[in-house]
Design a protein around this ligand. Structure first.
Ligand code: AMP
Length: 477
């Protein structure tokens, strides 16, 4: 960013006064393409359909014009109402969005609130009591609060559905529709989605009136700063290779992706055994644990964060040097989101994918999506598997990718040729999950309609139903 240039890019789009000053303070001098496209029609009161993902600058693309329009209304908010509602699929994303609104609203005397599952409800209800200007929420908890009349959306005239495709994936669509119905009929609506599956296209068709369509170039085409590569390795070799990388070149903030929640726990545990401080974030962790892990990663006290796809969705941590895909994702598209966590805002980034021969078909799907062949920079397939480590307690693996617990403790024995120093993390001690979270809070990982069912405690009698329940719960990782 060129600080000597006149910070008037947003002024030209129609953002002025205190809000413009707040944008500049937040480091927004030159509008990103999605902002240039979305802000002017937004200020005119048009509905907006945005094809954009986290990292494109879409939050400010709706936050700036919404704040501008609310500030211009001048009227006072009513008790237990929200003038604008932003719905987001994950708590992490909701927290981030609310932070952006709060930062930009400074000096405008506009209030913001956050409503999420997994944290105290009483404080959220109290916060809504006087009414708020901008409410950022995940759908499940908000449906409860609306049903119990803790908040009314009858005065909500600005509505944003963010990452609509993820809300669909996570089973939130019925809740979203219920909430939309409760908002003011005469509202300005926008919908942002990284992809446009038929259901989202249909939803947009019913919710938006003559929308302006704006599109940010997908990250797969903009993230040329990210050096991507593949390391071929059998699942049993991956632990040592990861340790070797972390002790070698990957010495900055590293985000490690695992395919499943259980897999993420196993990777984290093994990292700690290998002497690396790591935190983990996935859908079975309580909201507080997730936020603590994220904060630690953000403030640099935790260098390595292990995450599942959905939990990592929307994570915006500047300066991530490496993304390491311990497993290939189930959905090829997730690869683009994963690697987009590094190389942000023009910074360089490195994305390495560890690929077992059994994962090659998934790799090919990824290559089809990103329309390029990923270079294989190393292969360990001609090397033997590491010797089993009998002292480790065996853990039940969800798939072959996680059946790799017999590993030597010392990452020096890493079979990747990069010899690890076996060192500790920044504080010389592992920063893994605290004991009290070991059991997790399974219910918070589930779509809301499942969360409220007492079946979470009662064993399922019907095998088929239990199967479905499990499948959906895993999906919401
Ligand atoms: P988002 O896609 O909204 O999550 O934004 C991604 C990142 O871009 C965040 O770190 C924002 O702070 C940053 N950002 C958004 N707009 C701008 C801008 N105009 N100039 C510089 N950074 C921006």
């Amino acid at each position: 960013m060129n600080s000597s240039s006149t910070p008037n890019g947003f002024a030209e789009l129609g953002i002025g006064g205190t809000l413009l000053a707040a944008a500049v303070r937040a480091g927004f001098e030159h509008p990103k393409p999605i902002q240039t496209l979305a802000i002017p029609p937004y200020l005119e009161g048009r509905d907006v359909l945005g094809l954009a993902q986290t990292g494109s600058g879409k939050t400010a693309a709706f936050a700036l014009p919404i704040l501008s329009r609310i500030a211009a209304l001048g009227t006072k908010r009513l008790p237990r109402t929200a003038r604008a509602l932003i719905l987001a699929p994950t708590r992490e994303l909701a927290v981030q969005i609310e932070e952006v609104f709060r930062e930009l609203a400074k000096g405008l005397h506009l209030s913001t609130a956050l409503v999420l599952g997994g944290v105290s409800r009483a404080s959220q209800v109290k916060r809504l009591h006087a009414g708020v200007d901008v409410l950022v929420a995940t759908p499940g908890r908000l449906v409860d609060l609306v049903r119990e009349k803790d908040v009314s959306l009858a005065e909500t005239r600005f509505l944003v559905l963010d990452e609509a495709d993820r809300m669909l994936d996570m089973g939130f669509l019925p809740d979203v529709k219920r909430l939309v119905k409760a908002t003011h009929r005469d509202r300005q609506t926008s919908l942002f989605s990284a992809t446009m599956p038929a259901e989202i296209e249909a939803l947009a068709g019913t919710l938006l009136k003559d929308p302006v369509r704006v599109e940010a170039a997908p990250q797969s085409t903009t993230a040329s700063e990210i050096a991507q590569s593949v390391v071929m390795a059998r699942t049993r070799q991956k632990r040592g290779i990861l340790a070797g990388m972390l002790a070698g070149d990957a010495n900055g903030p590293v985000l490690v992706f695992a395919r499943t929640k259980h897999g993420a726990d196993v990777v984290t545990r093994n990292l700690e055994r290998d002497g690396f401080a790591a935190a983990v974030i996935h859908g079975n962790k309580s909201q507080n644990a997730r936020q603590r892990a994220l904060n630690g990663f953000r403030d640099g006290s935790v260098r390595i964060l292990v995450a599942t796809d959905i939990a990592a969705r929307g994570i915006d941590v500047p300066g991530i040097s490496h993304v390491i895909n311990y497993d290939l994702p189930d959905e090829a598209e997730s690869y683009v989101h994963r690697i987009g966590r590094t190389g942000r805002n023009g910074a360089d980034g490195i994305a390495v994918t560890l690929c077992d021969p059994a994962e090659v078909s998934k790799l090919r799907q990824v290559e089809r999506i990103i329309r390029m062949r990923l270079p294989v920079t190393a292969s360990h397939l001609d090397q033997p598997d590491p010797a089993p480590q009998p002292r480790e307690r065996p853990v039940r693996a969800e798939n072959a990718d996680q059946r790799q617990h017999h590993r030597p403790k010392n990452p020096r024995s890493a079979p990747n040729g990069v010899h690890a120093a076996g060192r500790k993390g920044p504080h010389g001690k592992p920063a893994g999950q605290p004991r009290e979270e070991a059991g997790g809070e399974n219910r918070h990982a589930l779509p809301r309609q499942l969360m409220d069912k007492p079946t979470a405690k009662k064993p399922f009698r019907n095998r088929k139903r239990r199967g479905n329940f499990r499948r959906q719960a895993t999906k919401a990782a």
